[in-house]
Write a protein of this length. Structure first.
Length: 467
């Protein structure tokens, strides 16, 4: 702030612009994104006034980052495209690399993974051309995150391991910790929670060694998620409460909101929906305070899920429609698909199966558009269930067979077993008892292979109905 005063008092516009940019970065670090945006806009205005294209590009870059933090992805894309255009005009390959990287982050946040991959691959190519090993590592890490979002966890792990290798080669302990955390997240998605915990504990150890409280909070949060996956909800809650404590200590309101969100999900998992709703409402309040529209949408989504679990389907639908509206506003196609899915489930619970099918088909269309094969399979499953309730058993069977095909393609044995069970039910309704029996036996076999006692019990129950 002192530099800004000096710049204004002396009439040194360049110094004033730099000071505004530095203050914007400081407020960004504090999580005050609106204040950050205000200062970066002042920097941008001064840079344009002075014809300072380097400063203009820099201001656009930082504005884009702040808009990402707020979840205003359309504004973020506009800023980063302007930064990229200026970098190209100036022949600034480093700036061009940064522009592609930041655009990739925005597209990834929006669920546009094809566009994100294109940007991150451009980033990687330029980093290699400039022999910037650190930039190369960052691009590899971002590619890993995209492939994780696409459900290709093995490829994600490969990219994160390449990132990890370069971080260790360069002695970048902070980057090493983040890479370990990302590998842990991939193993968490694969259901290998013990392996995930091992990686997250390594990340935590590095964060503590370096005295990085925000890194410590990130690792503790991820450990909580892994223990939740193991079904150890007490330990998961302990970790998320530690994450919440660190977020409050650092005055990171966005991280505090994330902790409340995670605590809500834990309480939802143990069936304490009232407590879950209380936490999700705290997440919603913080998201509104910060102007984080994506966080607000996520909170509405979780609130809708919990009200649905409590049987208040009308309230659930109201929240899911708010989530849908924000997702459309932000251009987040993956979140839009989730909202359609949740609305379909809510209307199915109300017995409005035609409307449920319509929403699930919209979810299916988005899943196909984004190449989200697992979600495509889930949409087919939900459509099949609604047709089963309507008594349209051929349509139910056909959709569940699509669900089975995708489960086999993705080698998701649990989903494969569920699909066989659903197809068996459809065959039973069609009075083809031989095929119904065969499908239920397949479902039992897979459940036994996976040690899935609940799935095994359901399949035996379905088999009993056949006989």
């Amino acid at each position: 702030m002192r530099n800004l005063d000096i710049g204004r008092e002396s009439g040194d516009k360049a110094e004033e612009g730099r000071a505004c940019g530095n203050l914007g970065n400081a407020y960004q670090s504090l999580g005050d994104f609106k204040q950050a945006i205000d200062y970066h806009h002042q920097h941008l205005s001064i840079a344009k006034e002075l014809g300072d294209m380097v400063g203009e590009g820099c201001a656009n870059c930082h504005l884009g980052i702040a808009y990402i933090s707020l979840g205003d992805f359309k504004q973020a894309i506009d800023c980063h495209k302007q930064h990229l255009a200026i970098a190209k005009q100036l022949g600034d390959r480093f700036g061009e690399r940064c522009g592609n990287c930041n655009l990739g982050v925005v597209y990834s946040s929006m669920g546009d993974f094809k566009q994100a991959l294109e940007c991150f691959n451009q980033d990687l190519s330029i980093a290699k051309e400039l022999e910037q090993k650190s930039g190369e590592a960052g691009a590899l890490g971002n590619l890993g995150n995209v492939y994780q979002s696409l459900g290709d966890f093995e490829l994600a792990i490969d990219y994160h391991n390449q990132n990890l290798s370069i971080a260790r080669e360069l002695g970048q302990r902070d980057r090493e910790g983040r890479a370990l955390g990302n590998i842990g997240n991939a193993y968490n998605s694969l259901g290998d929670f013990k392996q995930a915990i091992d990686y997250h504990e390594q990340d935590l150890s590095i964060a503590r060694e370096l005295g990085l409280k925000d890194g410590e909070g990130r690792a503790i949060c991820n450990l909580g998620n892994a223990y939740q996956g193991l079904g150890n909800y007490k330990r998961a809650e302990d970790y998320q409460k530690q994450h919440l404590s660190i977020a409050k200590e650092l005055r990171q309101r966005h991280a505090e909101g994330d902790a409340y969100c995670n605590l809500g999900i834990i309480y939802q998992s143990v069936g304490d929906f009232k407590q879950a709703i209380e936490y999700h409402k705290k997440h919603l309040s913080i998201s509104k305070e910060l102007g984080k529209r994506d966080g607000e949408g996520a909170a509405y989504c979780n609130l809708g899920i919990n009200y649905q679990k409590m049987g208040d389907f009308k309230q659930a639908i109201e929240y899911h429609k708010k989530h849908l509206s924000i997702s459309k506003e932000l251009g987040k196609r993956d979140s839009e698909g989730d909202a359609y899915c949740n609305l379909g489930n809510a209307y199915e619970s109300l017995g409005d199966f035609r409307r449920a099918i319509d929403y699930h088909k919209q979810h299916l269309g988005i899943a196909r558009e984004l190449g989200r094969r697992h979600r495509e399979g889930s949409a087919y499953c939900n459509i099949g269930n609604s047709y089963q309730f309507l008594g349209e058993f051929e349509s139910a069977k056909d959709n569940h067979k699509q669900y089975l095909r995708i489960a086999k393609e993705l080698e998701q044995r649990d989903d494969e077993g569920a699909a066989y069970g659903n197809i068996g039910n459809a065959y039973w309704s069609l009075e083809d008892f031989e095929k119904a029996t065969d499908c239920q036996n397949q479902s039992i076999s897979i459940a036994q292979e996976l040690g899935n006692r609940d799935g095994e019990g359901r399949a035996y129950g379905n088999l009993g109905i056949v006989y």
